[in-house]
Write a protein that binds this ligand. Structure first.
Ligand SMILES: [Zn+2]
Length: 368
């Protein structure tokens, strides 16, 4: 049964929008929560910012979710606020979700969130620190995991605009991975459960964004948190919130992540995850990197003595500027970019029209 009958707009936390989401917003959101949400400061970042968790429900299936371990990947954090709003409502689905105990860590990397970087204040990628646990944020996540003993983990991330699904021209609006637990990428029982949960989520997402769900490659890296938790036999799913056409602020993708999270929680609450087939996981196409933000095709010099025709691929660099994110265009590639796609594409191959244009007065004036 689809979950999309739940009216997302009724639960969206409108006070928090855009790409720049910081711990200050988390703290003021959590202050307003009623007592049945158990709030806890589970640790502190390198720069001393509190890392906050909220626990809801007393059900037997324990699900641990954390977002923004990469500080500039804020979309899933926004969706978590919306989920918490749903949990405060009178929605009938709560009777189902109460079969779970949900523990949510909002921003695992609050220092990175503050300055909009992937890494923490010591320039460490926390998703490569799962074994060493050299950073206070990594220790905090592991301590929470050890104490809570989750049955399932959701590792919530965001991905760049470059990713497309398979070899199509569709953006990977949401991607998933059931991380490997060894180099051979064997399918352990916990990994299989992760795959099945992704299949359950994908079924719902295909109704919303057909052809826009991708799968990440499963190369094993024990330093990644998902792989490390799979090694401990805890099924873990990696979420990646990606690009939806025209949605650079990721407000539409936020909605899809809301439905994805809701489906995950509901499927786990109902104990239905085993009903799905891990074979369908492999039917989800892998992601490729075939997108530019802007693709200008067949650029040719007006001067015909320069014969060369080229394509120009432009990527937007996300830049923190006075409490919001600017998207600053930079040329990423010049050359033959056949097979690539643009979120916006300009094709300049208009020989005939160009010749017509050249007959007009404008061209005389530009030629001086
Ligand atoms: Zn990430």
């Amino acid at each position: 049964m689809p979950n999309t009958s739940i009216d997302y707009q009724a639960f969206k936390e409108n006070a928090i929008q855009g790409r720049y989401v910081t711990n200050a917003q988390v703290l003021s959101f959590l202050e307003k929560l009623p007592a049945d949400f158990i709030r806890e400061t589970i640790g502190y970042s390198v720069e001393g910012r509190p890392i906050e968790s909220v626990t809801w429900g007393k059900g037997k299936t324990k699900v641990l979710s954390w977002s923004q371990m990469h500080g500039n990947e804020s979309t899933t954090t926004k969706a978590l606020f919306d989920i918490i709003n749903l949990l405060q409502s009178q929605s009938a689905i709560l009777n189902v979700l109460r079969q779970c105990t949900l523990k949510i860590i909002f921003i695992l990397n609050p220092d990175g969130a503050e300055v909009y970087t992937r890494v923490n204040a010591n320039s460490i990628d926390l998703n490569r620190d799962a074994q060493k646990r050299s950073q206070p944020e990594s220790k905090t996540l592991r301590k929470t995991y050890d104490e809570f003993k989750p049955d399932f983990c959701l590792n919530l991330h965001g991905q760049r605009t470059i990713f497309n699904v398979g070899f199509t021209s569709r953006p990977a609006t949401v991607s998933f991975l059931a991380p490997a637990h060894n180099v051979e990428r064997n399918i352990s029982p916990s990994r299989e459960l992760s795959m099945k949960l992704i299949v359950a989520i994908n079924q719902v997402l295909q109704e919303l964004i057909p052809g826009q769900v991708g799968r990440y490659d499963d190369a094993f890296n024990e330093n990644c948190v998902g792989d490390a938790f799979q090694m401990l036999n805890t099924p873990t799913v990696l979420f990646e919130a990606g690009h939806y056409p025209g949605d650079y602020h990721r407000e539409r993708t936020r909605e899809f992540i809301f439905y994805a999270l809701l489906t995950a929680f509901k499927t786990l609450a109902l104990g239905e995850v085993s009903n799905f087939s891990s074979k369908d996981y492999f039917a989800i196409p892998e992601n490729n990197k075939l997108f530019f933000d802007v693709l200008i095709k067949n650029v040719q010099a007006v001067d015909k003595s320069i014969e060369k025709v080229r394509d120009i691929g432009i990527l937007f660099v996300e830049t923190l500027c006075n409490d919001h994110i600017d998207f600053v265009p930079k040329v990423a590639e010049i050359g033959n970019l056949k097979g690539f796609h643009g979120h916006k594409t300009y094709d300049c191959m208009i020989d005939e029209e160009l010749n017509e244009l050249k007959k007009q007065p404008y061209w005389d004036s530009v030629k001086g």
